[in-house]
Design a protein around this ligand. Structure first.
Ligand code: ADP
Ligand code: ZN
Length: 536
């Protein structure tokens, strides 16, 4: 059965049914396909699994000429080509890992006009020889997959992608469709500018994953929170993923989980390739297997029945969090995500950005991403709504307030006027400041608030300050909650390099003066040990 060389002339719906076997287009696919069929260019923002491939595959097969797909990932290229060939499409790939003999074969087929869809790496495409060849050919379209790789603001910048800007000039009449799952506004604008798509439409959609129940909770006792969550979320056969902030923590967590009776593996970038492969393989097959991993674990997780994802440390942006929790519930069945966070995480992440060698502009962006992540973690309103808004998407028609599938919507937190505890905490921080300008960390401040004469309290005569003992009414955990919410709203900084010294910011002033109300989540503050929301 020879792959079909030219099926141009068929209608998009026919191709959809006959080649891909799907009864109908999904979401915005049809609109995008029509736009490209008519010769238009544009940018497609859809999450992983949203169905981006069809947006270019269908018009590439319908339009006359060769379709070019730029992709940075050789493994994905090979998968797609293999799948297309099986469906009878004359697809081929050209990249640097291809043995010379095979590359020659592909070039021969291209020369004979026997390829309909060519997957190519950006560095191959931008070679003079390739461009010359293409300029003599009829081209159906250019698809630029993983288009965020062109942006320096993202975490995945690839210098080879920069060269793709020239496609707009060299091939002005060929439609260019860029595609990505990254949708933060800054990256989107950068992609459009770099790829000459500023005048072309942006198609955005499909980010909501209503089958994933999302929740977040302050970290109180990490392991019992994780244990309760796993118990509630796993179905006995599907897999789970625990994302950890460090490599060491993946190993410790996997070990602890094994001790707790689970089949647990770990994965991080520091492992040798064979160990990684093995981890991947076992994760792909195991019943109720759990992977404790850093964010290095992501590419190539195609298990549809990941039932849950838990983050033990704060992700760096809503985009990262979304990508990582999006690995759950691909089968469309109910799945759960839990995010654990603490004031320390927030402070550490802020500190890392501050200390990074990045440009100021980039730091500002990173900080904005982090603050958006904090606002989701500390949310008093629907978390999904805040998350989707980060991608420029509404919750649904009419943008309802309640998604019904996050912890906040299911069980709205009661808020209360926490201005007084906030003031107490801030003034305890200020009144224990040393003449050198040094502040103390949270542990000491809580000792002072609760009126405990520890050796350190005695040493600095902090039992004589006005705030000593004014916070006896709240538990230690409650005070940590107050501090975390003050850190989250930027009224307190935690100086990591200085043993977690708490430093009030400008934003603390109106609170202390009583000019600004502080609404606190009752749960965090009233309970001695906050309920394990995860366990519900
Ligand atoms: P993305 O590239 O956005 O991550 P894919 O293009 O790989 O997503 O599509 C994800 C899955 O959805 C694939 O299994 C694909 O077959 C399926 N899919 C895409 N479009 C449709 C459709 N219109 N009808 C049914 N299934 C679809
Ligand atoms: Zn909600």
């Amino acid at each position: 059965d020879q792959p079909r060389q030219d099926i141009a002339g068929e209608a998009p719906e026919e191709i959809l049914h006959r080649v891909f076997g799907h009864p109908a287009f999904r979401g915005r696919q049809e609109e995008i396909v029509r736009h490209v069929m008519a010769g238009g260019s544009g940018l497609v923002l859809m999450p992983t699994g949203g169905g981006k491939s069809l947006c270019y595959q269908v018009p590439a097969l319908c339009r006359p000429g060769l379709g070019i797909v730029v992709s940075p990932l050789i493994a994905l290229m090979e998968d797609q080509v293999a799948a297309l060939r099986q469906q009878g499409v004359a697809a081929a790939a050209l990249h640097s890992d291809l043995p010379e003999e095979q590359a020659r074969e592909v070039r021969r087929d291209l020369g004979r006009g026997q390829v309909k869809l060519l997957y190519i790496s950006p560095e191959r495409l931008t070679l003079d020889g390739t461009l010359d060849f293409l300029s003599r050919r009829d081209l159906a379209l250019f698809a630029i997959d993983e288009a965020h790789c062109v942006s320096q603001w993202g975490h995945h910048f690839r210098p080879e992608y920069r060269g793709l800007g020239l496609l707009a000039e060299r091939f002005p009449s060929v439609p260019r469709l860029a595609l990505t799952a990254t949708a933060d506004p800054r990256t989107v604008e950068d992609i459009r500018a770099q790829l000459g798509l500023s005048e072309s439409p942006v198609f955005r959609g499909g980010f909501d994953r209503p089958n994933i129940f999302i929740s977040a909770a302050p970290r109180e006792s990490e392991r019992s929170q994780l244990r309760a969550f796993v118990k509630a979320a796993s179905d006995g056969t599907g897999a789970g993923i625990v994302y950890c902030g460090t490599r060491a923590k993946t190993e410790q967590t996997a070990e602890w989980l094994r001790g707790d009776g689970h089949d647990a593996l770990c994965f991080h970038a520091g492992m040798d390739p064979e160990a990684k492969r093995q981890s991947h393989r076992r994760f792909a097959r195991g019943d109720a297997v759990i992977m404790a991993a850093t964010i290095a674990f992501g590419m190539g997780i195609d298990r549809p029945d990941v039932r849950w994802v838990c983050h033990l440390d704060l992700p760096r942006s809503p985009e990262s969090w979304y990508q990582e929790i999006g690995r759950a519930g691909r089968d469309g069945l109910p799945a759960r995500a839990l995010l654990l966070y603490g004031a320390g995480d927030i402070a550490l992440a802020r500190h890392r950005i501050q200390e990074s060698p990045a440009l100021d502009e980039q730091k500002r962006i990173e900080r904005a991403r982090l603050e958006a992540m904090v606002s989701i973690a500390e949310a008093a309103t629907c978390r999904r709504r805040i998350l989707l808004r980060c991608f420029g998407e509404a919750l649904g028609p009419g943008d309802p307030e309640n998604c019904g599938a996050c912890d906040v919507c299911r069980d709205p937190p009661r808020l209360f006027d926490g201005t007084v505890p906030a003031q107490k905490l801030l003034s305890a921080v200020l009144r224990t400041r040393l003449p050198s300008g040094m502040h103390f960390g949270l542990g000491h401040v809580v000792d002072v608030l609760r009126g405990r004469v520890t050796p350190k309290v005695a040493q600095f005569a902090h039992d004589k300050v006005k705030t000593f003992g004014i916070g006896a009414d709240l538990s230690d955990a409650a005070w940590r909650g107050v501090a975390r919410q003050l850190v989250a709203r930027g009224a307190l900084d935690v100086a990591i390099e200085n043993h977690g010294e708490l430093v009030p910011t400008e934003a603390a002033r109106p609170i202390l003066k009583g000019e600004e109300k502080v609404l606190l989540r009752e749960e965090t503050v009233s309970a001695a040990t906050p309920r394990e929301r995860a366990g519900r």
